[in-house]
Design a protein around this ligand. Sequence first.
Ligand SMILES: O=C(CO)[C@H](O)[C@H](O)COP(=O)(O)O
Length: 281
Amino acid sequence: MTDTTIESAKRAAAIQAVAEHFDPSATHVGIGSGTTIVYVVDAIKARSTNPHIRFVPTGYQSRQVIVQAGLTPIAFDSLPEDVTLDIAFDGADEVDEELNCIKGGGACLFQEKLVAERAKKFICVADYRKNQARLLTKWLTIPIEVAPISVPTVLYSLRTLGSPNPKVRTTLLAKSGPLKTDQDFFIIDAPFPTLLTSADVAAGKGKGDGSDGKWEVNKLSQAIKELTGVLEVGIFSGMNGVEAADLRAREGARSAVVGGQKPVAVYFGMQDGSVQVRTSK
Ligand SMILES: O=C(CO)[C@H](O)[C@H](O)COP(=O)(O)O
């Protein structure tokens, strides 16, 4: 496997994802972070015809990608309350059979989740290395964004939940010390055993509540999110945007759900140049 193969796989997946989901008349588009999203932005630029389209970044790097492409960014907190994004595109670190994702390899998970949940449709684009049946198969840690002051207690609680050796992510740059996110928070990378899907729990493969050392994706995400000091967890699970809209239509004002975290489709660029698409069933 060469770098060229991986980069070609990302590009092929991005081109197909944009061709199949980007509507040139869209007005607001969410743009994720990482290396794959650069190909998505290139593909959007080649198709976009609406001079009034605005792109919502998920952090500093994402904003730079938008600006360098000559497109117009709009800050997430400048969006009028009633505006939803037509679509959001992002990468992922690992995706399972149910389209649950691990994100945050680039430390941008909080804004990525805000943007994904504000979109009618969230589409993930990734290369073949990210395509796994279960989360934590090849990507072995869950990125968690935490308030710096909470680090010792969150590390302790994560060990109690079954993470053998959670660690604060450090910067690889000349300045040593913890890496700071766009919110000036820290990232803890917490290893856990491979996660069960909801289908595994339904099939009796475990309770998924961590009592036997095995966690189901949603249950672990909720357990970590409940820890004081945790801003956000790099597990994107639960509903997708279409399911969330259905729930709102059924429940109206009683539903506090804004959108979903899970993609409606994931495009994997494969080693042989093809693109594999995984959609929600
Ligand atoms: O979640 C992310 C950043 O926080 C990225 O989307 C994820 O790390 C994938 O990155 P890449 O496209 O470089 O593989």
